[in-house]
Design a protein around this ligand. Sequence first.
Ligand code: MGP
Length: 216
Amino acid sequence: MATAVVVSASVPADPEKEKSEMAVEKVISPDPCIKHPLQNRWALWFFKNDKSKTWQANLRLISKFDAVEDFWALYNHIQLSSNLMSGCDYSLFKDGIEPMWEDNRNRRGGRWLITLSKQQRKSDLDRFWLETLLCLVGEAFDDSSDDVCGAVINVRAKGDKIAIWTTDCENKDAITHIGRVYKERLGVPTKVIIGYQSHADTATKSSSSTKNKFVA
Ligand code: MGP
């Protein structure tokens, strides 16, 4: 353990006072080796659209982390979403949950969907995604954070999307709380409505016609 060392060349005028000052320094000296733990371990995934492969085969795990310092190390190491090619995704999910509808924790779930205009790629995409990541790793939704599975960003020529996925599309209280807090954290104006859709509906309908189960 690292402790502060006081070096004095002269004979102390008051040895008792000197001793107590040394004791204080020992107590407040921080240990530089301890990282700040997160409540959950998270996995970051990358999707690259290679049409010769299946959807699942295009999904790759990048890395896992469970400390604040490791989150920033990873975030600072990878490309900003706005620099990715169209067709790419990042997904951040709790360790043990795969970023797909088929996972047991997603099967009955759904997503709060933020759809962005083409202009918003420049003004909002990267800051919305960083804020989304911070909501997840910081467990921003109180008790409802347990319902969060992860988040996905889709970089698309037709308009980018960001979503928070939750585990149970019937869990109205948790979903509405998450939606309210999420909208506030992103700074989405009150008059702009965001929608929550079940994965079952998304998977069976074309995206333009998926109905909202909840709105915020
Ligand atoms: P997408 O990548 O979520 O959105 O889904 P995109 O590209 O904007 O397309 P749109 O349909 O929303 O306009 C594109 C396609 O990828 C889907 O139609 C599925 O074929 C496939 N896909 C997406 N997800 C999230 C999954 C998944 O979880 N499981 C499987 N099996 N396929 C998926």
